[in-house]
Design a protein around this ligand. Structure first.
Ligand code: NAP
Length: 240
């Protein structure tokens, strides 16, 4: 393994992912900027480097087996991987009324937000297993909390048959990984950034991407005796 901590952030060319990459870069880590579009990726890498980060581009479409396998090979060639932040996400397209739902919107949300996370995680696990302090952070959302969704007083945004359930699915998948990895040194947790102003919501969010990135940075830097299989925002554990 490399002396320097190596991280990969998926969907790091903009929004919360970009700020996660900037935050991890500020720790002196080497940060892979996972992004599917070459131009957007290189622009982000250049900006991060201009800010002093040791950033490098990782061509990555989380919905594509070959792309994810190539990303794992790229990281292996750079010395491995210590921290994976599965941040890339899509809504699938709005509105998302369950009645008369656009099934392709449901498929898009699940393909990226759930299957993409499984695909990337499994490709990166052989590298993470070689790290002294491996961490996986999956970016979820409070809209994935069934406890919040079924609380009449809960504020969980618009009706959503694709995006919100995809995050509930991601939460459930993450719990399964945590159980399977319980006897390893890999800590895997879910982070919720809060309602953040990004392209995802046409910048209606009330938090800055930097604020949204904070929970991922915290979970990426957990001590060895930190939690695993948890669901957190800045205020602490979120009810499932
Ligand atoms: P964003 O600004 O739309 O950024 C999403 C990122 O994911 C972009 O870099 C996008 O790349 C990338 N991406 C999408 N599909 C991809 C794929 N197939 N392969 C690789 N990259 C892909 O959204 P954001 O608000 O920063 O969201 C980041 C994460 O936080 C998501 O998981 C989201 O669900 C979660 N979240 C956001 C909020 C919020 O209020 N914003 C709240 C809760 C949770 P392109 O530029 O190529 O599209």
């Amino acid at each position: 393994m490399s002396e320097r901590t190596i991280a990969l952030v998926t969907g790091a060319n903009k929004g919360i992912g970009y700020e996660i990459a900037a935050g991890l870069g500020a720790l002196g880590w080497s940060v892979g900027v996972g992004a599917r579009d070459g131009q957007r990726r290189e622009t982000a890498v250049e900006k991060l480097r201009a800010g002093g980060a040791d950033a490098f581009g990782v061509p990555l479409d989380v919905t594509d087996d070959a792309s994810v396998a190539a990303a794992a090979r790229l990281l292996e060639g750079r010395g491995g991987l210590d921290v994976l932040v599965n941040n890339a996400g899509v809504t699938g397209g709005m509105p998302q009324d369950p009645i008369g739902a656009d099934l392709d919107a449901v498929r898009r949300a699940v393909e990226t937000n759930v299957i993409g996370v499984i695909r990337v995680t499994n490709a990166m696990l052989p590298l993470l297993r070689r790290s002294a302090a491996p961490r996986i952070v999956n970016m979820s959302s409070t809209v994935g909390s069934l406890a919040r969704q079924t609380d009449p007083a809960g504020e969980t945004g618009p009706i959503s048959v694709a995006y919100s359930p995809s995050k509930t699915f991601l939460n459930a998948v993450t719990v399964q990984y945590a159980k399977q990895l319980a006897d390893t040194n890999i800590l895997i947790n879910l982070g919720c950034p809060g309602f953040t102003a990004t392209d995802l919501n046409n910048f209606r969010g009330v938090r800055t991407p930097q604020q949204g990135a904070a929970i991922a940075i915290r979970l990426a830097t957990l001590p060895g005796d930190g939690p695993t299989g948890g669901f957190f925002d800045d205020a602490g554990p979120i009810p499932w």
